[in-house]
Design a protein. Structure first.
Lengths: 311, 173
């Protein structure tokens, strides 16, 4: 594990496994009556969220608090950025107060990387534009591993709005590093540009036919249709999207018994995922949320507990 | 200490624990990873032989409670396993291989307080090598081993290292 967590490329296979193993023990702590560990006592972590978020922000906050770190939340609205202060000035101002780390979400790709160059503190990327969201990929891997065992060699499909999805990009790197066989499925308009070259060099499959892919999968990850990033024209109607690429009740039946369903949330029920699929026994949606805290505790532990750079 | 010495010392400690506790009633034996866990299992085996009933045992990881986390590279975290009846109102015997500064035991007592409220906490160690930094003392000691601070005490156990052995190495001599 490197000093910052900006991209899943910062983690090799061993790093990922270490983080997931530590998360297992953190999960045990989550079930205790007293959930507080003294590990990060005296450390201050700032959550800076320049985009809306419920689960990522609150799970980072809970994770930090359960490890006894002091957690401060700063959101885009209501901070000096709304008075026109630049991101650089804002983070350097907060860093000057002596904080140990930043958890950053920003709508610009590469924002976390930029911030890590401006401050001495540890920086964790909690989602930057269309680029990456590494802790989401780690918690997805964690949830799937708990249900399916080792991910090496498993068939995993990622379906939906790939162009706008940072979850997809982080998950792709993470799952490839863990040795899973990844297939990505999307309507042609929502496939990232140049995906074929990318697929060849990275070694994953692409498909435009969800029905052909589903029966052989061990896990299916549905991605959210990001209405807020779509200025129209990606698909004719929502109905048409659901018919072609939604996990409908009929498609749920086409899955194998052991196949699990993931969704990073928030879900558009009835659009990319039917209520039956979201609430099915095979669905990991709530597991993913509860894993979020354990995995983020693990990440905070590995980045903050020791002195400086790690083994 | 040879393999025979280790097993004799452990048998004696197991008997002492039972004697002091007046049987195995309300006893929970928790090993501190890594080698303490193996020792705890062996103690419990002897107790089961003597008492004819199983004594609950488990493991207590103390990594998150260490006071030297910041001075060292990150350590992997081991699992904490608390036997089903819990530790409330029980007599908990902590087991570790070597008692040195006492800092591990302090961390273990902090970790315990988060899991419940034992009636009493006792400490059993295979080797007490002296040089305490904290006001902590073992209730049950396999062997007192006078050492100098610069020496290293290495405990090998069949479960981890293939054989039972305790040896002192290094030092100024």
């Amino acid at each position: 594990v490197k000093r910052h967590l900006l991209s899943m490329n910062d983690c090799d296979r061993q790093d990922i496994l270490t983080i997931l193993d530590t998360a297992e023990t953190m999960h045990d702590v989550q079930r205790r009556e007293v959930k507080k560990l003294p590990t990060l006592r005296g450390r201050t972590v700032v959550n800076m969220f320049f985009e809306d978020s419920t689960r990522t922000r609150s799970s980072f906050e809970i994770a930090g608090k359960w490890l006894s770190a002091d957690v401060i939340n700063i959101s885009g609205k209501g901070s000096s950025t709304s008075k026109g202060e630049s991101l650089r000035d804002t983070v350097r101002t907060v860093a000057a107060m002596g904080v140990d780390g930043f958890v950053i979400r920003h709508n610009a790709s590469g924002a976390a990387q930029q911030v890590s160059e401006w401050v001495d503190a540890v920086v964790i990327n909690a989602g930057d534009g269309l680029h990456e969201h590494p802790t989401q990929a780690l918690l997805d891997a964690y949830s799937m591993r708990r249900r399916l065992g080792d991910l090496e060699g498993l068939q995993i499909a990622m379906v939906g709005d790939l162009t706008h999805s940072r979850v997809f990009r982080s998950n792709l790197i993470c799952l490839k590093t863990l040795g899973a066989k990844v297939t990505v499925v999307a309507p042609p308009t929502l496939m990232p540009a140049g995906v074929d070259t990318w697929a060849r060099t990275e070694g994953f499959e692409t498909s435009y036919d969800l029905d052909a892919v589903l029966p052989t999968m061990d896990a299916v990850m549905m991605l959210r249709v990001q209405r807020e990033r779509m200025s129209g024209g990606f698909f004719p109607t929502e109905r048409e999207y659901t018919v072609g690429y939604g996990l409908t009740r009929e498609r749920l039946r086409a899955l194998q018994k052991h196949t699990v369903i993931c969704h990073p949330g928030p879900m558009n029920r009835g659009l990319e995922i039917a209520a039956d699929a979201a609430d099915a026994a095979q669905s990991l949606v709530l597991d993913q949320v509860s894993a979020g805290v354990a995995v983020r505790m693990s990440v905070l532990y590995h980045l903050f507990a020791g002195e400086g750079s790690l083994s | 200490m040879s393999s025979g010495d280790v097993s004799r010392a452990l048998r004696r400690v197991a008997h002492e624990i039972l004697e002091r506790n007046k049987g195995s009633e309300d006893l929970v034996v928790l090993g501190i990873p890594t080698r303490g866990v193996a020792l705890a299992h062996r103690l419990v085996e002897v107790m089961a032989e003597v008492e004819g009933r199983d004594v609950p045992s488990g493991a207590l990881d103390i990594t998150m409670h260490r006071d030297d986390l910041r001075r060292n590279p990150i350590r992997a975290i081991e699992h904490t396993v608390i036997p089903a009846p819990g530790i409330d109102d029980k007599t908990v015997v902590l087991v570790d291989d070597v008692l040195f500064s006492g800092r591990t035991v302090r961390a273990a007592m902090d970790a315990l307080s988060e899991l419940g409220r034992p009636r009493a906490v006792r400490l059993a160690v295979l080797v007490d090598r002296g040089h305490r930094d904290l006001p902590i003392r073992a209730d049950y000691v396999g062997k007192n081993l006078p050492t100098s601070r610069s020496e290293r005490v290495r405990v090998c156990l069949a479960e981890h290292d293939g054989l039972d052995e305790v040896r002192i190495s290094g030092g100024d001599r």
